[in-house]
Write a protein that binds this ligand. Structure first.
Ligand SMILES: Nc1ncnc2c1ncn2[C@@H]1O[C@H](COP(=O)(O)OP(=O)(O)O)[C@@H](O)[C@H]1O
Ligand SMILES: O=C(O)C1=C[C@@H](OP(=O)(O)O)[C@@H](O)[C@H](O)C1
Ligand SMILES: [Mg+2]
Length: 172
């Protein structure tokens, strides 16, 4: 299972609990990227820029999707990278959909480099709006991430039970 969604949706926090509940491992691709490069994400953005970060992100995320079988939390911008979108095919992608108000309240004051400018609230809302269609297109299921962490966890787990054979109108 792969968790996608914007910054503050709860991918990193929810993913670990979902993995524990399923009895499988958990990887956060941002943590993996920092391990792979030996650098911190804010430093990569500040020194080399966003494009360089996306190239490193493509390398780490495609490796993780290829090698790892548990629950994976992506970074919020992973879906903007074509090589990552291609690698997501065949994975159960759950979109944690957060509203601008709830999501921004969670990440305001954090060290996320894309929110380091003069108007972090406006940037947050604009970037979320810009990416929403990408998350929608890639998702096998969507969960309301404005809920409590516990409720998001339950909703994410429930997406595994709604395959084609569980449909109410399925005669089989
Ligand atoms: N459903 C939630 N309700 C309240 N706070 C949350 C929720 N999900 C995550 N958080 C908090 O919001 C912050 C960002 O969560 P995180 O899991 O890092 O999000 P993401 O990885 O999607 O950017 C953390 O401080 C986390 O504890
Ligand atoms: O939305 C983005 O482009 C980013 C989201 C971050 O991850 P989270 O979504 O886990 O905050 C991290 O990958 C980086 O700061 C870029
Ligand atoms: Mg995260």
């Amino acid at each position: 299972m792969v968790l996608a969604g914007f910054m503050g949706a709860g991918k990193s926090s929810v993913g670990r609990t979902v993995a524990n509940r399923l009895g499988v491992g958990f990887l956060d691709t941002d943590v993996e990227l920092e391990r792979d490069t030996g650098r911190r994400i804010p430093d990569i953005f500040a020194t080399d820029g966003e494009q360089a970060f996306r190239a490193l992100e493509a390398a780490t995320v495609t490796r993780v999707l290829d090698e790892f079988d548990g629950v994976v939390a992506l970074g919020g911008g992973s879906v903007t990278v074509p090589a990552i979108r291609a690698a997501l095919a065949g994975h159960h992608l759950v979109y944690l959909r957060v509203s601008p108000a709830a999501g921004f309240a969670r990440v305001a004051g954090s060290d996320r480099p894309l929110l380091a400018g003069d108007d972090p609230r406006g940037t947050y809302a604009a970037l979320l709006h810009e990416r929403a269609a990408l998350y929608d297109t890639l998702a096998a299921a969507t969960v309301d991430a404005d809920q409590s962490v516990a409720d998001v966890v339950e909703a994410v787990l429930a997406t595994l039970e709604t395959g084609p054979s569980a449909r109410k109108d399925d005669p089989s």
